[in-house]
Design a protein around this ligand. Sequence first.
Ligand code: GAR
Length: 216
Amino acid sequence: MSKLRIGILVSGRGSNLQAIIDNVEKGSLNAEIAVVISDQAEAYSLERARKHGITAVHVSAKGYKGKREEYDAQLVRTLQERNVELVCLAGFMRIITPKLLAAYPNLVMNIHPALLPSFPGLHVQKAAIDHGVKFSGCTVHFVDEGMDTGPIIIQAVVPVLDSDTDDSLAERILKQEHKIYSKAIQLYAEGRLTIRGRRVLCRDASGRNDDFLRNP
Ligand code: GAR
């Protein structure tokens, strides 16, 4: 069976990218990383990819101010040139436009460091602490046209401790992100995900082996 070809969009240090690379190399994620694309030339993610022999491309946003659709058209060309089937946003700090979603309908995933629909947007660990919630976590979801609003695939819950700072909470959430993103991609690769309205159903998820869907 041919491997699912994924394209990963990044902007920064790429610890989620690294977790995906490691799982692909270990064989626990049956996918091939066809390309890593960064909007930031200096992103450490590009170096991480190249160290593993993965094509890594900087698509500069220069000259695209106020032309987000045109920028996304450039992304689509780069992804399609590499025959990418599923697009994974991993710390990609740009808003996606309908241009990308039209080329990859229900085929763009994102990881977010909070339990959506609580705390969409940026600086969400601080927002969770300031709000006083006792649990936060992370979410992998399909991307739709809203901001962090698409159908949820997997979530992991992380307690918020009295002693937490933004950084300590972010760090514990990140550990869970590294687990659930690869799981979500693997479930898709196995053809087990169906989107019904806002719900993402996972085929054959009633057995004990799928307990991780509820408590990874
Ligand atoms: C991760 O915590 C990811 O969830 C978050 O950016 C970080 C990237 O870290 N993404 C968002 O906030 C998207 N709205 P990484 O570069 O080490 O993977």
